[in-house]
Design a protein. Structure first.
Length: 258
């Protein structure tokens, strides 16, 4: 069992309570509270017990003492209603039930200071089908093993969560990099197409021709294809002959001598 057994020293719980009350100039708490306080700090440093202290096992000297307190509180609420207050005068039979009977002849809380007139088998015989099941008290070693497993599971989940976060961050960075590279490629293509168009427009002006709009030279479908613009330049160098010239070549004018 990890942690010190308690902070009572050589005195029992009631004597611990008397010392605490004198030191703090107040009344002696009930036995349940004294057990919790004696398993949290020496009487000169202990605070008055609050039920919220049970939320964290680290508030107590060891997990076994915390487990006994929690089981007593939970059994009380299950059997006496949700308004059950564990800080009321202690119920010896509830101690017997929550502690799963006596272990090595000892009650879970306040052994030697309280007396339960019923044995655990007698209490079980009085149980009805609607009563909560009486569970055995876990061994301190079992509590430590369970806590270690839960702690390891929490660490593993934390590592997995960090890995998922890093993977998502890498994916986001890759998407941003891909978008940036694509934008840079588009900008380069735009500059190349504009350079081709300016060259084409210059050639048109030298031939006293009006260049078409740039959208004709580099339409959306061929925006990334310089060959389309090159074809347009070639067409400008070799324009199609007018229809009249074509007709004349197919039907030559007869010679007056013929």
């Amino acid at each position: 069992m990890s942690g010190v057994p308690h902070h009572q020293g050589s005195v029992n719980l009631y004597q611990y309570g008397d010392n605490w009350a004198r030191h703090n100039k107040t009344d002696v708490p009930e036995l349940f509270d004294l057990y919790a306080m004696a398993h949290s700090a020496p009487y000169k440093k202990a605070n008055a017990f609050s039920e919220s202290d049970l939320d964290d096992p680290k508030n107590f000297t060891n997990r076994a003492s915390h487990n006994k307190l929690v089981r007593y509180k939970d059994e009380g609420k299950a059997r006496k209603g949700p308004d059950f207050n564990p800080s009321q005068p202690i119920d010896p039979e509830l101690v017997m039930i929550s502690g799963g009977g006596r272990h090595h002849g000892l009650l879970a809380i306040g052994d030697g200071l309280i007396r339960c007139t019923s044995t655990l088998p007698q209490i079980k015989r009085r149980q009805t089908s609607s009563d909560p099941e009486i569970r055995p008290r876990p061994r301190p070693m079992d509590l430590e093993i369970k806590a270690a497993i839960e702690e390891e599971r929490a660490k593993t989940e934390e590592l997995l969560e960090e890995e998922r976060r890093q993977a998502a961050e890498r994916e986001r960075e890759n998407e941003e990099r891909a978008a940036r590279l694509l934008e840079e490629e588009r900008n380069r293509n735009d500059l190349a197409n504009r350079a081709i168009y300016e060259l084409f427009a210059s050639m048109c002006e030298k031939n006293s021709q009006t260049p078409p709009p740039m959208s004709v030279i580099a339409p959306a479908g061929t925006h990334n294809s310089p060959q389309a613009s090159t074809s347009a330049i070639g067409a400008s160098k070799n324009p199609d002959p007018p229809p009249s010239a074509t007709t004349a070549s197919k039907n030559p004018v007869p010679s007056p001598m013929g």
